[in-house]
Structures are given as structure tokens and as C-alpha cells.
Design a protein around this ligand. Structure first.
Ligand code: FO1
Length: 314
């Protein structure tokens, strides 16, 4: 492997950001590129909101709200309060004042034809983030959720407004108007010594990335090892609707199901110590502690995963 290892990570929001922090604190530090889900991006109150990108940016900049896992720590809500109290606007989507600053800047930049890729790189540099953060693509590819109770819902309507309670019947990944892979995503994947799939929700966070035209095919053709980490621990997800969605889609809630879902893409799967053993022909598996409750455990999971993959070539 190269002296300074190049790692590309497919990643969603809160769950994936924990692994990102572990990777970012490794010594010696690898060259990291995060390819981030934008299927949950939306326009709200005239602003372009990119929750997963922002969660990663705030996490790596050290400013994320530690309780929520998204938004800025100790943020105020003067703008939102004013919208609600003075103008009777339904403020179902919580936007703190410092967070709003980023949405204002991004909306302004995009109106000026700056791409989301360029804007995100500029913000990451400004906030002193060493890693490269790339949106999965520059075109809008909104994920929509078909529910039993309300029919088709936009992602944030389902996730935040309805608190992911409606029963999911189908998830649709839009690739209609996507321009395809950006040059930056293509280069990051092509040059990577290792590709990782973070323990993010496979159906809500990783599948939209895999739906970017050309990305799945590129991944499958890469010679570099590709490894996913389980988001399912002990028959449940640490946080969020992963297990609930699996049940609603009639899938067994297990790491094996997730490994099968990534079949044809990954060579290795990091399962959790607490899960029952399984084996899949042609897939390397290991079992580690994937519950990233503090920084030490985040770094340990990142380090142990890299050590495991390094062992493949010896
Ligand atoms: N999640 C919530 O559950 N409620 C919110 O009001 C909310 C606001 C919000 C604002 C900015 C941001 O970057 C993220 C925000 N999130 C909120 C989290 C986010 O919408 C979801 O976790 C992701 O979209 C799923 O990955």
C-alpha cells in the first residue's frame, strides 16, 4: 500500500460521522475522502440544506452538537423563534442560527453557479478540515419514501416531520436528472488504496450513493479492497430507523442481510462482536467492537479495520 494510505469512504450522516472521526484521528493519518449521501438534501425556506454533508463538516470541525449528532453545539434559535412567533411559520425542521449561516452561504454560492462539490471543499478548508468531503454528485437526487399511511413522502417529511414513524413500503432513489459521477468522486475512488462503506443506514444513506449513475459499476471494477462495517448490532441499529425499515421491507434484521445487500461490491465485512457468526462464500469477515461510544472506540474501530485489511496481503 502507498506510504500515505488513500481511503475513500461512502458515508451518511450521524452514524457514519462517528467512524469519520475515528479515521481522522488515526496516526499516521491517512488521506481521507468522504463521499457523502445527498439524497436527503432539500430546499427549505428558500435555502439549500445538506444535512449529511453538514453533519460530517461539523463533526470533523469539532463543532457538532454532541447530544443531537447534527447541528452546531450551543446554537441559538433566534431566527426560528422569530419565524414561529411573529410570522406563524411551522418550524418543524430545526435550524439553529449558526447552522443557518452555512445554509445562507451555500444557497448564495449555488445561485451564483458554484457547484456543491466546490462549495463543500471551500467550507471544509475554511473550517480547517484536513479530509476531503465530496457530495456524491452535483445534481439533485432526492430520495423519496413510499409509506403505507401517507403515500409518497419527501425524505425530510418522512424522517423529521413524521419522525420516521410511517410504515415504509418502498424507497425510491432518483437518478433521473443526475449528471453522473463528478470528476472528484471518480478520482477519489480510482486512486483509493481502500474503499470503506461506513456503518450508515444502507437503505437511506448508502443506497442513494450507489444509485449515482456509474458509481456501482466503478466500485465493482476497482482493484482496491472494499470493506463495509455493520450498522446492525445485536438485532437493532444503534440509532435511527435501520432495523424498523428492514422489518417493514420484510428483511431479516441482521448483519448478514446488510452484507448480502452489498454483495458484488464488497470483499470484506466488519461484523460486531455481539452478532451471531455468519459466513458468505467469497466474502472475508471479521468481528470487532463496532459500538463507537467514545473517541477511543471510534479510533480503535478505524485502526482495527485497517489492520485487518492490511493483513489480507501478507
Ligand atoms: N433531525 C431531526 O430529527 N430533527 C430536526 O429538526 C433536524 C434538523 C436538522 C437541521 C440541519 C441538519 O444538518 C440536520 C438536521 N437533522 C434533524 C438531522 C437530519 O435531517 C437527519 O439526521 C438526516 O437527514 C438523516 O441522515
Amino acid at each position: 500500500m502507498a506510504l500515505r494510505q488513500k481511503i475513500a469512504v461512502l458515508i451518511g450522516g450521524v452514524g457514519g460521522a462517528k467512524l469519520a472521526l475515528g479515521l481522522a484521528n488515526l496516526q499516521p493519518n491517512p488521506h481521507l475522502t468522504f463521499i457523502v449521501n445527498t439524497g436527503d438534501d432539500f430546499w427549505h425556506l428558500g435555502l439549500k440544506i445538506c444535512p449529511d454533508i453538514d453533519t460530517l463538516v461539523y463533526t470533523l470541525a469539532g463543532t457538532v452538537d454532541p447530544q443531537l449528532g447534527w447541528g452546531v453545539a450551543d446554537d441559538t434559535t433566534h431566527v426560528l423563534d422569530s419565524l414561529r412567533q411573529r410570522y406563524a411559520i411551522d418550524t418543524w425542521f430545526k435550524l439553529g442560527d449558526q447552522d443557518l449561516a452555512l445554509h445562507l452561504l451555500r444557497t448564495n454560492a449555488m445561485r451564483g453557479q458554484v457547484s456543491l462539490t466546490d462549495f463543500t471543499s471551500m467550507i471544509a478548508r475554511r473550517l480547517g478540515i484536513a479530509a476531503t468531503i465530496l457530495p456524491m454528485c452535483d445534481a439533485e437526487m432526492p430520495t423519496s419514501i413510499h409509506t403505507r399511511e401517507h403515500g409518497e413522502l419527501s425524505f425530510q417529511d418522512y424522517f423529521v416531520r413524521q419522525r420516521w414513524q410511517p410504515v415504509v413500503e418502498k424507497i425510491a432513489y432518483d437518478s433521473g436528472q443526475a449528471a453522473g459521477l463528478s470528476a472528484q468522486v471518480r478520482e477519489a475512488l480510482t486512486c483509493a488504496d481502500l474503499v470503506m462503506i461506513a456503518p450508515s443506514n444502507p437503505w437511506l444513506s448508502i443506497a442513494p450513493i450507489l444509485a449515482v449513475p456509474g458509481l456501482r459499476e466503478l466500485l465493482m471494477a476497482l482493484p482496491a479492497p472494499k470493506v463495509a462495517i455493520t450498522p446492525v448490532i445485536g438485532g437493532d441499529a444503534v440509532k435511527g430507523p435501520t432495523a424498523k425499515i428492514m422489518r417493514e421491507l420484510d428483511l431479516e434484521v441482521s448483519a448478514r442481510t446488510v452484507a448480502g445487500y452489498y454483495g458484488g461490491i464488497i470483499d470484506g465485512f466488519v461484523d460486531d462482536l455481539r452478532n451471531p457468526h455468519f459466513s458468505v462464500a467469497g466474502l472475508r469477515t471479521t468481528r470487532l467492537d463496532t459500538l463507537m461510544t467514545d473517541l477511543e472506540r471510534k479510533v480503535a474501530l478505524a485502526r482495527d479495520t485497517l489492520d485487518w485489511v492490511r493483513g489480507w496481503s501478507s
